[in-house]
Each structure stands twice: as C-alpha cells, then as structure tokens.
Design a protein around this ligand. Structure first.
Ligand code: DAH
Length: 341
C-alpha cells in the first residue's frame, strides 16, 4: 500500500505540473481525489490493514492527499493568472491610433432655404406664426372669401377629413392669416411656414404634400409698394443683389388687387434659357392686398387698416436655389443625393 501511495504521489505531481488548462486540472482532481479516484480507492482499503499498520499508513495517505490538493490549488492560481494576462493583452488599447471621425449629418436643402427665408423675414421685423395642418374648412375657404360652391374648392382638390366637409387637410397656409388676424390687433407682420396638402399625382413638379410660407402685413397705410419692397428684398437676399421682380395681374379670392410675382431668371439673367423655358422670368409666388371682406371678417376695419399677403412654395424655391431638377429627389431621403448640399 505504501508503494501504491508513493506512486500516486509522484504520478499526480508530474501530471499536475504538466497541465495548462483549468478543465484538464479539474479532470486530474477527479482522477485522484474524486469519489472513484485513485487515492480514494487506496483509502477504502485501509480496513484490511492490521491495527499496527493503520496509523502510519493513514498519515501517509493524508500527506499524499494534502500534497495533491496543495498542488492543484497552486496550479489553479497559476492558470487563473495566465488567463487574466491573456485577456488583458487581448483587450489592450492602443491610445496612439487616430480616432474615427463620427460622420455628421447636415441640414436638408429644404431646411437650408426655409431657415434663410425665416432669417430674412425676421430681419425685416416679422415674427413666425403657426397654424394647424388639419384645418377647418371655414378658415381655409369660407373666411378667405371662397364661398361654398366656388370653383376654387374643386380646383384645390381637397383631402377632406369629415364627410360634412367641415374639416380637411389645409391646401394652403393662407388660413393662418385668419387665425392671426382674429386674435391680434394690427400692426401685424408675420410669416407662417408649413405643410399643405392637395390631391396631386406625384411627378417631377407635384406632390400631394408640399410646403408654403405665408406672409401677412396689416397696418395703417400699407400699400402695394410695401409688398413690392418686401418681396424685392427677399429675392435680392436669396438670389443676389439686383435680381428683379415682375408683378402680373391675377385673381385670388382673398386679395384685391391680386398678382403673381415672377423673378428674373437667375440662370440667364433674363435673356431666356432652358431653366426659364425661354421666358427670362420664373414664377415665384402669389400675392395681393388683403381683401376688405377678409379683414372685416376678422374684426379689422378696412377703412382704417390695409394689408398685403403672399404665399410662396418652398419646394420650388429650394429646387431653384440648388438646381434640383425633380421634386421627388427632395423627399426620397437618399443620403448620396442629400450629401451634396
Ligand atoms: N394661397 C395661395 C396658393 O396656395 C397663394 C397666395 C396667393 C397666398 C395670394 C396669399 C396671397 O397670401 O395673398 O396658391
């Protein structure tokens, strides 16, 4: 038995010494110290010894067990240390490598133009008003002097929300004029940018949703001259000093007189080219002097006050500004397209 114990001791020491993985070490522990292990098997034979032999053998067996246990725990500590070192090495940071630049986004071309226009108007003393996109028909049509049955209501091809046609998606930003005038006493000087909706098929120049900027000025003695001065200032700031405007007579139910305003073609300077289809002029917006009926309907005395109003299409301005040939490009959110601006 003594020889067997000595053999176990030396064999186990060698085996433990040569192990490098925690799993292999555990296998050795089971092999020697486990319930069915080699040392356990020897201990089970203790009963067959004479009482004289037993104490010395018992002591030796305990010594061997203690040696093996000690060797295993020493080895376990070494393996843990080695693993930690490996892990630290793998996770080492090279702080001298240059950082990765985060890719930053930028303003959408529509926002660029909108923000520029806002800045220009704010510079002229305007404030910004907001109105709902889901609008009462009363505000979008009736109080803008567009009575029931008026062809404009068909022409504008409206997205109605209720069957009684009392609520719809606004087809212009003009109802904000009414909302502002019924709440505010003149002097009034506001612009109101926002989305508008019309049942148009999508193509290179149409979308069922687009953006307008409404403008409204009401005060004593406001004239068409003020309208002209304001719009000239806008075009010169947006498209360069000396850009001219042209006012053509037109009809809008909520202005009298009404006009359409063109600007001199920014591409050819008025000579006629592809951009302006040979005209030399490009249509810019609708405008006019606020109709006395509209003022009166909002509790503003047209004998005392007068005002001008205008409505600009933001998509059109943006396409012109950045030479974008197709309206759909503005909405497709194609980053390789938008990245250019
Ligand atoms: N609301 C008109 C449209 O959508 C544009 C417009 C014309 C607005 C004349 C006005 C205006 O304020 O006075 O076509």
């Amino acid at each position: 038995m003594k020889a067997k114990l000595e053999e176990i001791r030396s064999a186990s020491m060698k085996a433990i010494e040569s192990v490098a993985e925690a799993a292999d070490l555990e296998a050795l522990r089971i092999r020697y110290l486990g319930k069915k292990g080699e040392l356990t098997a020897v201990l089970k034979q203790m009963g067959s010894l004479t009482p004289e032999e037993r104490p010395a053998m018992g002591q030796l067996a305990n010594e061997v067990r203690a040696r093996i246990e000690g060797a295993i725990s020493e080895k376990a500590a070494l393996i843990r240390e080695a693993m930690l070192e490996k892990k630290l090495e793998a996770e080492a940071l090279d702080v001298t490598i240059p950082g990765k630049k985060p890719s930053l986004g930028h303003k959408h071309p529509m926002s660029v133009v909108l923000d520029e226009a806002k800045d220009i108007f704010i510079g002229m003393g305007f404030t910004i008003a907001e109105g709902p996109e889901v609008e009462l028909t009363e505000y979008d049509f009736t109080r803008l002097n567009i009575p029931e049955g008026h062809t404009v209501r068909d022409w504008q091809d409206t997205f109605y929300i209720t069957e009684d046609e009392k609520i719809h998606l606004r087809c212009q930003t003009s109802p904000v004029q009414v909302r502002v005038m019924e709440k505010t006493k003149p002097p009034i000087r506001i612009i109101s940018p926002g989305r508008v909706y019309r049942k148009d098929e999508v193509d290179a120049t149409h979308s069922p949703m687009f953006h307008q900027i409404e403008g409204l000025v009401v005060d004593k003695g406001v004239t068409m001259g003020d309208l002209k001065g304001t719009l000239n200032a806008l075009v010169e700031k947006l498209y360069g000093a000396g850009t001219k405007t042209r006012f053509r007579p037109h009809h809008f139910p909520f202005t009298e007189p009404s006009c359409e305003v063109d600007m001199q073609c920014f591409a050819c300077g008025g000579a006629g080219c592809r951009v302006c289809k040979g005209e030399g002029w490009i249509e810019l917006l609708g405008a006019g002097m606020v109709h006395p009926k509209v003022l009166e309907g909002c509790g503003i005395d047209p004998e005392v006050y007068s005002g001008f109003a205008f409505g600009i299409g933001v998509e059109r301005m943006t396409m012109r500004r950045f030479n974008i040939p197709d309206l759909r490009l503005i909405y497709e959110n194609d980053v390789s397209f938008l990245g250019q601006f």
